[in-house]
Design a protein around this ligand. Structure first.
Ligand code: PAF
Length: 292
């Protein structure tokens, strides 16, 4: 595996692969890699000739400076994980490489219709920052496929919208959530949880499973209210638990009228904010399919 920090260098190497008609899969990350990221890399390796992973803690998507400061960083460890997984290139640029002074803004893209709920109002400016950085990284790496995890449901939906709306050639694949044995969704933020809280955090998964079962017999808003109550334990404090249409993020009243239904939640575990979701009905169209 080769590691590059400069935009011009990674562009040069990837262009040489493209000239040989090799396909490129790309996984954008902010590092602190775990099995969830490895599953994305493996999906790309299976489906493409060349796999590139970026590790870049993007300052424009953090709405709290404290969160940005505390974000775990360990490039050496990340590089070892990616090498072991069989990744070809690690792109680890500095802030100046991704945001040179001459290029400040993101693409012109109105995402209000996808950010009006859940993560949107709770993290103002977050998705604008995500769009800005993923747009830049896709322009730099110009991949055939980009891989993202289902855990960030709103994020991948917005990136899919960006790719379609801006008529970019890159296609998106979404890979399933990878969970700890107790059901906790893997996340870089889990590193900040105590052992006890990590064990108790199964409460989030359990509530999602309960919501899936309950959707057959109970009204969505009653399920949401119960989950909000159950998740408020003193240690855990839910920000939202919403059952929405998986494409529009609008609240649902009658499940029969929707093909894809997802329950999304954000829960504070002391000072750590955890997000998770579960598809309650239907199947998403963006899961990996093709083999090399
Ligand atoms: O999901 C993440 O880790 C980040 O939001 C992403 C997509 C790498 C953009 O910085």
């Amino acid at each position: 595996m080769k590691t590059y920090k400069r935009v011009s260098t990674i562009k040069k190497y990837l262009a040489s692969h493209r000239r040989k008609k090799q396909t490129i899969g790309f996984i954008p990350t902010m590092g602190a890699l775990h099995e969830g990221h490895v599953s994305l890399a493996k999906a790309s390796i299976e489906e493409n000739d060349i796999t590139v992973v970026s590790v870049f803690v993007n300052p424009t998507q953090f709405n709290q400076t404290e969160d940005l400061k505390k974000y775990p960083r360990n490039l050496e460890k990340d590089a070892a994980i990616l090498k072991e997984a069989g990744v070809d290139y690690l792109f680890a640029p500095s802030v100046n490489q991704v945001y040179p002074l001459s290029k400040k803004t993101g693409p012109k893209l109105d995402i209000d219709h996808l950010t009006f709920s859940m993560e949107g109002p709770n993290r103002p400016g977050h998705f604008e920052g995500v769009v800005q950085v993923v747009h830049r990284l896709v322009k730099i790496t110009n991949p055939d496929l980009i891989y993202m995890g289902q855990k960030d449901f709103q994020q991948f939906t917005i990136i899919q919208y960006m790719l379609t709306h801006l008529k970019m050639r890159t296609r998106l694949r979404v890979c399933p959530i990878i969970r700890e044995e107790n059901g906790l969704a893997m996340s870089s933020r889990n590193q900040r949880l105590s052992k006890k809280i990590k064990t108790e955090a199964s409460i989030i998964y359990n509530n999602l499973v309960a919501a899936k079962k309950a959707l057959k017999s109970k009204k969505p808003d009653a399920i949401e209210r119960k989950a909000m109550k159950d998740l408020k334990t003193g240690v855990f404090d839910p920000e939202y638990f919403e059952i929405v249409d998986g494409y529009t993020f609008k609240k649902i009243t009658n499940p029969n009228r929707h093909k894809l239904i997802v329950a999304c939640t954000a829960v504070w575990a002391k000072k750590v904010r955890l997000i998770d979701n579960m598809i309650l009905k239907g199947e998403h169209l963006l899961y990996p399919k093709k083999k090399k």
